[in-house]
Every structure is written in structure tokens, then in C-alpha cells.
Design a protein around this ligand. Structure first.
Ligand SMILES: Nc1ncnc2c1ncn2[C@@H]1O[C@H](COP(=O)(O)OP(=O)(O)OP(=O)(O)O)[C@@H](O)[C@H]1O
Ligand SMILES: [Mg+2]
Length: 234
């Protein structure tokens, strides 16, 4: 059985890529040879005929992988949309078997995989296939990234409880400051409340990082991630 984590979020832009990079560092610090994947990426850049997956490339670089971007991100769209509408506009179907094959290939080589999802769990990939179905097919436990602040408890519980109800394993939640703290009451109480009522633990709180460097990510992991919980799934 492949090991690792499927990194999802309560929304797009909550820091899944940055937290996936931190997670790669965390697993490396545990002495694990880790690979990464962003199976589907929309809003890609373009160089001539080639689409450039920015998230996929960032993960490839962080994990120091030699595999081509086409294996790390087999499915690219240029439109900044959910994969389903992007595929309709760009007249290309998402090839799920190709994604599963790429994952299987990478999972064979690496001791653990960090796989970044797309947006949140109900983002449509095909008419009847959403990110949660991809997460189930990949089969790794989920980590849910959420932003702190008002609304976070609702968004986090919706994501966690839906995943659990659909039979997926959820390892935990990471609260990530994509912006400097506002030090408001919601931010100050989010984690306490989630620890009381969320069925899975908050396994990390990442501060706002002025410079997102390897050193900053390592420091974040060392100071703010519960490595014991991560280890349980490896
Ligand atoms: N801890 C942090 N400190 C500072 N900036 C951050 C942090 N986390 C995320 N960001 C910034 O917030 C923005 C969104 O982060 P990121 O790209 O990781 O989100 P995402 O969930 O992966 O988005 P997408 O759904 O597009 O894949 C980026 O500009 C990123 O640099
Ligand atoms: Mg991302």
C-alpha cells in the first residue's frame, strides 16, 4: 500500500502547495524518501505548445525529483477553472487511468507520496467525478489545509465530516496563515474550538512566512507540526 498524504483544502488558495512543500520537508526530516504529485492543474502557464504547471514544478523542485513534469502533473489546463469546465472549454478529457498509472509509478519508487489536490473536495473533475473521488482512488489519508479566521470552523468541519462520511481517512487539519495575522478573536479561538469539536486533530499551525524558503519551511515543520501524528500514517 502506498504511504503518504493527499493534501486537500477548504478552498482554493488556502496554501495547499506551500503546506505540501512543508510536508515534503517534514517527511524528509523523518528520513523518508518522498515524492510528490499535483495530478491535475488548471491555470497553467504556456510556453509555445507546452503548458507549465506551477504547483507541480514547485513540488518537483522541493522533493528534488528527476521525473518529468508530465509524470508529476499528467493533466494540465490553461484556463483558471475547475478541471471539468476547463476540460470542456479546452476540448480535452481528464484521463483518470493515466493519472492513476502515474501515481502508481511514482509510489513504487518513493517511500511516501505527497499529492496535492485541486481546490476543495467537491471541485468537479468530470461530470460525475470530483476531487473526493480522486482522493479515494489515490487512497492516501487526507490532510485538510484551512485558513484561520471567521468561517474556518464551518469550512473545516464541512470538509472533514464529508470526507469521513464518504469513507475516507482524514489524518488531520493544518491551519495556515496565508496572510499576516489579524489577531482577531476568531483567529485566537479557531484551534481551541476545532480541538474540541473536530473529529480529527489539528496537526499543524503554520505562521505567515515573509519569505517562503526551504529554511523557513523546515523551521515551520520543526516548531509547528505534530510529527507523531504524521508518523502514525507512515
Ligand atoms: N504560510 C504562508 N505564508 C505566506 N504566504 C503563504 C503561506 N501559505 C500560502 N501562502 C501564499 O498564499 C497563496 C496561496 O497559496 P497556495 O498557492 O499554496 O494555495 P493553494 O491552496 O495551493 O492554491 P491552489 O488551489 O491554486 O492550488 C500563495 O501566494 C502563497 O505564496
Ligand atoms: Mg496549489
Amino acid at each position: 500500500m502506498p504511504k503518504g498524504f493527499f493534501v486537500t483544502g477548504t478552498d482554493t488558495g488556502v496554501g495547499k502547495t506551500i503546506m505540501s512543500m512543508a510536508l515534503i520537508r517534514a517527511l524528509e526530516m523523518l528520513g523518508i524518501r518522498v515524492g510528490a504529485m499535483k495530478p491535475i492543474e488548471s491555470g497553467c502557464g504556456r510556453e509555445g505548445d507546452v503548458l507549465i504547471p506551477f504547483d507541480g514544478m514547485a513540488l518537483k523542485q522541493t522533493a528534488r525529483m528527476e521525473e518529468p513534469a508530465t509524470l508529476i502533473t499528467p493533466c494540465c489546463f490553461e484556463s483558471p477553472l475547475a478541471p471539468f469546465p476547463a476540460s470542456e472549454i479546452e476540448l480535452r478529457k481528464v484521463n483518470i487511468p493515466a493519472i492513476k498509472n502515474a501515481f502508481a509509478k511514482l509510489a513504487q519508487k518513493y517511500e511516501a507520496m505527497v499529492v496535492e489536490g485541486v481546490g476543495g473536495l467537491l471541485v468537479p473533475i468530470k461530470k460525475n467525478y470530483a476531487v473526493i473521488n480522486l482522493a479515494a482512488d489515490i487512497g492516501l489519508p487526507l490532510l485538510v489545509v484551512a485558513k484561520p479566521g471567521l468561517g474556518t470552523i464551518n469550512h473545516t468541519l464541512l470538509t472533514v465530516k464529508y470526507a469521513l462520511r464518504e469513507g475516507l481517512t482524514v489524518a488531520g487539519v493544518i491551519i495556515n496563515y496565508t496572510m499576516p495575522p489579524e489577531n482577531n478573536l476568531a483567529e485566537e479561538t479557531n484551534v481551541q474550538v476545532l480541538n474540541k469539536i473536530c473529529p480529527v486533530p489539528v496537526i499543524g499551525i503554520s505562521p505567515y512566512l515573509k519569505n517562503i524558503t526551504e529554511e523557513a519551511l523546515e523551521k515551520t515543520v520543526r516548531k509547528n507540526f505534530d510529527m507523531q501524528v504524521l508518523r502514525r500514517y507512515l
